[in-house]
Design a protein around this ligand. Structure first.
Ligand code: SF4
Ligand code: SF4
Length: 86
């Protein structure tokens, strides 16, 4: 069997989700001027996307893992969070 055939039979690497988020392609827009650092989004995110900054406001430190599950923007009491793709 040739190398070309072997390559074509290998499964493509599985992506974690259909999006391709990164530090340069963030999953969320967060209006930090409205944020009161309540910690709700940080605590509820099942993928642990956020770390708090020195004032307790969310920073997207693991953007590649965001699945756009909606939990953070649905629960933010100050409507700070919107998706960059929805
Ligand atoms: S959409 Fe879901 S996975 Fe993405 S940051 Fe918000 S809570 Fe986390
Ligand atoms: S839920 Fe909203 S107000 Fe609370 S920390 Fe997150 S972005 Fe800020």
């Amino acid at each position: 069997m040739s190398d070309a055939n072997q390559d074509s039979q290998q499964a493509a690497p599985k992506k974690k989700n259909k999006h391709d988020f990164s530090e340069n392609n963030l999953p969320l827009n967060i209006n930090l001027s409205w944020c009161k650092a309540c910690n709700i989004c940080i605590a509820l995110c099942p993928q642990q996307i956020f770390e708090p900054d020195r004032d307790g406001r969310p920073i997207q430190t693991r953007p590649a893992d965001c699945t756009q599950c909606t939990i953070c923007w649905v629960h933010c009491p100050d409507f700070c969070i919107t998706s960059t793709v929805k």
